[in-house]
Ligand binder design. Structure first.
Ligand SMILES: O=c1ccn([C@@H]2O[C@H](COP(=O)(O)OP(=O)(O)O[C@H]3O[C@H](CO)[C@@H](O)[C@H](O)[C@H]3O)[C@@H](O)[C@H]2O)c(=O)[nH]1
Ligand SMILES: [Mn+2]
Length: 635
C-alpha cells in the first residue's frame, strides 16, 4: 500500500507528465490508527465485563401502523427544478474548452424530455457562435457566461456586446419557461419547427419517443470568426411506462450508446447539469494521465473533487462533504484510486466494457469502444442507429446495466459503478488541481439537503445488502483496504441507529438513575476521554488541513447528528420497506432553482425547516447565545 497521495499533473521536471508523492501525514494517521484500534477493543472488553451491572428500564413499544406506500417509478426531472439556463451554462463552458473544437462533442441528456430545454439549447447554439471565439481570443478562464459576467471582468466594447447577446438569450429562455411553451414567434426555421413537432399532444415526461437533435455540427457549423465549433447534440431518450428507465444510470447508458453511435470518442466526461467547468485546460490535464505511456492500461477514470461555490459562511446544511469528496479521496488514491462521484469524471470509454484484460463486446459492433465512426453525424444511417440505441427496450436481453456501462440496482449509481469497476481490476486517480476544474451548486433549502441525503442512504444500503456488498464481495475482490473503505460508506446510513440511541439514551439513563459512563474518578474514564477526543481531534485536523474553517467543521458535526435522526433514519426505513416490497424509491432530483428570498435566507444562514413550519434559526458558533441544543429559538 502506498498510503495517501498528493498528485500533480505538472511538475518542475518538464519531462514528467504527472507525479505522485505520499502525503506527509500518512505516518501520523497510521500511528493514530494503531493506537485507536486497541482502545476501541478495550472499550468493548469493558462493556462486556460490565454488562451485568446495567439494568435498563424496559421499554415496550407497541404501535402497529397499517399503512402501505404506493410503489412509484415516476421520473422527477423537470425544467423547473433544473432551470435550462443553468444547463446551458454547463454545456457552453465545456464547448469552450481549450481543445481542438472538432474533437469535442457535447451531448446533453434531457431526462425530463422538455421542449423548453431543447429551446434553450437551440438558443445556446446561436450564442455559442459569439461566445466561443470571444473566450479563445481573450484567453478567458471563466468560460461559463453566467459566472464570467457575474465576476469582476474587464469591460470592453466587445465584452459588453457579448453580454447583451447573452442577456437577451437569457430573457428569451426565461420568458419561454414562464409561459411554459415555446411560442411561434421564437421559432425561426422549419428545422426548428420540425423538432418541436415531436412534442405532440400525447408526449409526456414518462411516455415519449426518443428526441435526438444535432444543434451544432462540428463538420460544418462555424462561429462568427469562421472557425468550426464542437458538436452539440440534444438527447432525450425514449420513455414508456412499461420499461424501467433506471434513473440517472439509465440516462447515462443511453448517452454512452448515442455518443458511441455518433462519434465514439475514447474519453468521456460525465458532468451534471449543476456543475460547470472552471478551467478550460482541464482536458489537457486529464491527458497527462490517460495518455502518458507510463500510465498502466488499467486506468479507468480521472476523478476531480466535487467543490462548490456559493456555500454560506458556516455551510449550514453541511453541503460541502469535505470528508467524502476531498479527504477520503486522498486515502483511496493511495490504494486503487478514488471512487466515481457522479460528476467531474473523465472515463476511458473502454472501462465500461469489461475488465482491463478482457473486453466484453456490446451486442452491436458499432458500440464497441474501439469502433471508428466514419460517417457524418447527420447521415441517415447514423441518426437511425442513434434513435435505435436510445429506445427504451434497447437494453432488453443485453448486458447494459449488469456488465456493460453504468451499473443498475442502486440509487447511488456513481458509487456503485465506481465500486464495480474497481472490483473488476480497474484503477482510478484523483486530480485536485490548485485552480478547481469544476464548481457545483449545493442544495440551499433544508428539505432539499435532507432529501438528497435520504436518497443517498437508500442507494448505499442497496449496495451494502446486495450480493456485491463491499464488506464481502468487495473485500474478496479488492483486498481489505479498498473493501473496507467502500464498506464504510455503504453502511453509513446505519449510523442512524447509534445516533438515535444516543439522542435518547442519556436522558432515559438520567431519569432512571442508570450510569452509562464511568465516573471521572475511575481510570476507565480516561479511555472514554481518549476515544472521544481522539476521534474528534483527528476529524478536526483533517478538516482544517483540507482548508476548512472551524465554523464549517462545527456545522459538519451538527448536521451529521441531524441527518442521523432524519435522512439516514428514514432512508433506512425506506430501504427495508423496499426489501419487503412495500415501497419503491425514486430519484428525486435536487432542486437547482433558487428564488431570491430563499437565496437571501440561505446567505444569511437561516435554517428553515419547511415552508409551512415556523422559522427556526441555528445558533452560530461563536455567537454569545450559543446553546448546546439544536433547533432552539423558534421565531
Ligand atoms: O432520473 C434521473 C435523475 C437524475 N438525472 C440527472 O442526474 C444528475 C444528478 O442529479 P441531482 O439531483 O443533482 O443529484 P445530487 O444528489 O445533487 O447528485 C449527487 O448524487 C447522485 C447520486 O445520487 C450523483 O449521480 C450525482 O453525480 C451527485 O452529484 C442531474 O444532472 C439530473 O438531471 C437524470 O438524468 N435522470
Ligand atoms: Mn446535484
Amino acid at each position: 500500500m502506498k498510503g495517501s497521495l498528493v498528485r500533480g499533473a505538472t511538475t518542475d521536471d518538464a519531462r514528467l507528465l504527472h507525479s505522485v508523492k505520499p502525503l506527509r501525514r500518512t505516518i501520523f494517521n497510521r500511528v493514530f490508527a494503531a493506537i485507536y484500534a486497541p482502545a476501541i477493543l478495550t472499550l468493548l472488553y469493558y462493556h462486556a465485563k460490565n454488562a451485568h451491572l446495567l439494568s435498563y428500564p424496559s421499554l415496550i413499544l407497541c404501535n402497529p401502523c397499517p399503512f402501505i406506500l404506493r410503489p412509484c417509478s415516476c421520473i422527477h426531472v423537470d425544467p423547473y427544478k433544473e432551470p435550462p439556463i443553468g444547463v446551458v451554462n454547463t454545456a457552453l463552458a465545456v464547448m469552450a474548452y481549450d481543445y481542438p473544437a472538432e474533437k469535442i462533442s457535447v451531448y446533453v441528456s434531457d431526462d425530463g424530455g422538455s421542449a423548453l430545454t431543447l429551446f434553450a439549447f437551440m438558443e445556446a447554439a446561436k450564442f455559442a457562435t459569439h461566445w466561443l471565439p470571444f473566450c479563445k481570443k481573450n484567453n478567458i478562464l471563466e468560460r461559463s457566461p453566467e459566472a464570467y459576467f457575474g465576476s469582476n471582468h474587464p469591460c470592453t466594447s466587445e465584452s459588453e456586446k457579448i453580454k447583451m447577446i447573452y442577456e437577451s438569450m437569457k430573457v428569451k429562455v426565461e420568458h419561454v419557461l414562464e409561459r411554459g411553451t415555446v411560442g411561434d414567434q421564437y421559432i425561426t426555421s422549419d428545422q426548428e419547427r420540425e423538432a418541436f413537432n415531436k412534442w405532440s399532444s400525447n408526449f409526456t415526461r414518462q411516455d415519449h419517443p426518443a428526441v435526438i437533435q444535432v444543434l451544432v455540427d462540428a463538420s460544418k457549423d462555424k462561429d462568427v470568426d469562421g472557425y468550426l465549433m464542437p458538436n452539440l447534440i440534444y438527447i432525450s431518450r425514449e420513455k414508456n411506462k412499461s420499461s424501467p428507465h433506471h434513473f440517472k444510470a439509465g440516462a447515462l447508458n443511453a448517452l454512452l450508446r448515442v455518443s458511441g453511435s455518433m462519434t465514439n470518442a475514447p474519453i468521456v466526461l460525465a458532468l451534471d447539469c449543476d456543475f460547470r467547468s472552471n478551467d478550460p485546460r482541464t482536458p489537457l490535464r486529464v491527458l497527462c494521465y490517460l495518455c502518458d505511456p507510463a500510465t498502466p492500461p488499467d486506468l479507468a477514470f480521472v476523478q476531480f473533487p466535487q467543490l462548490f461555490q456559493g456555500i454560506n459562511k458556516s455551510d449550514i446544511y453541511n453541503a460541502e462533504y469535505k470528508r467524502l469528496f476531498q479527504i477520503n479521496m486522498l486515502g483511496f488514491d493511495g490504494v486503487s484510486g478514488p471512487n466515481y462521484i457522479g460528476t467531474g469524471c473523465f472515463f476511458r470509454r473502454r472501462s465500461f466494457f469489461g475488465c482491463p484484460t478482457s473486453l466484453i463486446s456490446p451486442e452491436i459492433p458499432e458500440l464497441a469502444p474501439d469502433y471508428v465512426v466514419d460517417k457524418p453525424i447527420q447521415s441517415q444511417s447514423i441518426l437511425s442507429l442513434a434513435h435505435r440505441v436510445a429506445s427504451c427496450d434497447y437494453e432488453n436481453q443485453t448486458s447494459w446495466g449488469s456488465k456493460i456501462g453504468l451499473r443498475y440496482g442502486s440509487l447511488v449509481e456513481d458509487y456503485y459503478t465506481g465500486f464495480r469497476l474497481h472490483c473488476e481490476g480497474w484503477k482510478s486517480v484523483f486530480c485536485n488541481p490548485e485552480r478547481p476544474a469544476f464548481f457545483g451548486d449545493v442544495p440551499t433549502s433544508l428539505i432539499d439537503a435532507l432529501n438528497q441525503q435520504k436518497r443517498w442512504a437508500v442507494g448505499l444500503l442497496e449496495v451494502a445488502f446486495s450480493k456485491y456488498s463491499p464488506a464481502t464481495y468487495g473485500v474478496r475482490r479488492m483486498g481489505p483496504l479498498m473493501g473496507l473503505g467502500y464498506a464504510q460508506v455503504a453502511f453509513w446510513p446505519i449510523w442512524s441507529i447509534p445516533i438515535t440511541t444516543y439522542a435518547f439514551l442519556p436522558q432515559l439513563a438520567l431519569l432512571n438513575k442508570v450510569y452509562i459512563f464511568p465516573k471521572v474518578s475511575e481510570p476507565w474514564f480516561f479511555l472514554y476521554a481518549f476515544l472521544f477526543l481522539g476521534a474528534y481531534g483527528q476529524d478536526y485536523i483533517d478538516f482544517i488541513l483540507a482548508g476548512g474553517s472551524v465554523q464549517r467543521w462545527w456545522s459538519d458535526q451538527r448536521f451529521w447528528i441531524a441527518r442521523g435522526l432524519t435522512s439516514y433514519f428514514f432512508g433506512s426505513i425506506e430501504f427495508f420497506l423496499g426489501c419487503l416490497g412495500i415501497s419503491a424509491s425514486g430519484f428525486t432530483v435536487t432542486s437547482k432553482a433558487v428564488d431570491a428570498e430563499q437565496s437571501k435566507r440561505y446567505d444569511q444562514g437561516d435554517l428553515r425547516v419547511w415552508g409551512a413550519f415556523p422559522h427556526v434559526r441555528l445558533p452560530n458558533v461563536g455567537s454569545h447565545n450559543q446553546s448546546d441544543r439544536i433547533f432552539t429559538r423558534a421565531r
